[in-house]
Design a protein around this ligand. Structure first.
Ligand code: PGA
Length: 253
């Protein structure tokens, strides 16, 4: 069975102290993760080390960065490299979040460079795709998402692409409280898997975890995660509340 993942995306929220309290509360809650389940906390850069220390010895729990730069090192003031993240023991990085694409103008090509360097250094990229409302209203979401996959991932070899986790996040559902229905999520995530199958074959497509993101909360996680092509969630707002995120972890297949 492919990995089922509950990934928290804290974005630019919480002080260090609040973040530590939140991690403590979530990690203390009883949940047995099976071998196929993982929990990921994508925290702000300055908290990576403290968060890493908190999860030491916890199986199937990872701290992730929310972004990385596409170059190994050098004169790029304010950026963080794979080498820096690796020196902290980080193994997972979110890239291509719609907020990065929109506010920081990250293009599919730029994201392809980030995917390449992450894989070169052995990281797991959580690669986000998803359409804005206008595209959904025209019913062009499949074409839109296919282009994102094509331009950022489909140059990879089969061996490389299997290391990528995909997060489908319709922009109209992020932070809006307006979740895609489970059938909308299933439909496009099955489409995404079909694209991997066309490019790399069934076996590779079946091995890739595809998360849903966009207003996932305790009350809808079970329904979303029960869909055959929804392998967990990338969770913003609800990941900042311990009871909510614990319930989301417990909703994993
Ligand atoms: P949300 O954010 O859960 O607050 O909608 C999801 C995300 O942006 O990853």
């Amino acid at each position: 069975m492919r990995k089922q993942i509950a990934a928290a995306n804290w974005k630019m929220n919480l002080t260090l102290q609040q973040g530590e309290q939140l991690l403590d509360a979530i990690l203390q809650a009883p949940h047995e993760l099976s071998a196929d389940q993982q929990v990921v906390f994508a925290v702000p850069f300055p908290y990576l080390q403290a968060a890493q220390a908190k999860i030491a010895g916890k199986k199937n729990v990872f701290i992730a960065a929310q972004n990385v730069y596409s170059k190994k090192s050098g004169a790029f003031t304010g950026e963080v490299s794979v080498e820096i993240l690796q020196s902290l023991g980080i193994q997972v990085v979110i890239i291509g979040h719609s907020e990065r694409r929109e506010y920081f103008h990250e293009s599919n090509q730029f994201l392809a460079d980030k995917v390449n360097i992450l894989l070169e250094y052995g990281f797991t990229p959580i690669f986000c795709v998803g359409e804005p409302l206008s595209i959904r209203e025209e019913n062009n979401q499949n074409v839109y998402v296919q282009k994102q996959l094509q331009e950022s991932l489909f140059h990879l070899s089969a061996g490389q692409v299997q290391k990528v986790v995909v997060a489908y996040e319709p922009i109209w559902a992020i932070g809006t409280g307006k979740t895609a229905t489970s059938s909308q999520a299933q439909e496009i995530q099955a489409f995404i898997r079909t694209q991997f199958a066309r490019q790399y074959g069934e076996a590779v497509a079946e091995s890739i975890s595809i998360l849903y993101g966009g207003s996932v909360k305790a009350s809808n996680a079970l329904e979303l995660f029960s869909q055959p092509d929804v392998d967990g969630g990338l969770v913003g707002g609800a990941s900042l509340i311990a009871e909510e995120f614990v319930a989301i972890i417990n909703a994993l297949k």
